[in-house]
Design a binder for this molecule. Sequence first.
Ligand code: F3S
Length: 83
Amino acid sequence: MVGGIIKDVGNISSNKTGSWRTFRPVVDKNKCIGCGTCKMFCPDVAIEIVDGKAIIDYDHCKGCLICKSVCPVGAISSEEEAK
Ligand code: F3S
């Protein structure tokens, strides 16, 4: 029996899933305390904490906005994606 074979492990990074997005999360750097909660919950591993602030990788963020719902200080808002 032949199953699916992943020949190139880690190839998900080349799939720019951000093109699916309808709404994009936007981080208010003045409110962000760098707690990392958004990073922990992001199902696309599209958030990094850099210099104590959340940075969103828009190439891979699909716009699920889970980050917005879990941020304890309301630092993430959303806006409609420009077409
Ligand atoms: Fe900032 Fe994300 Fe926490 S936006 S405050 S690191 S949930």
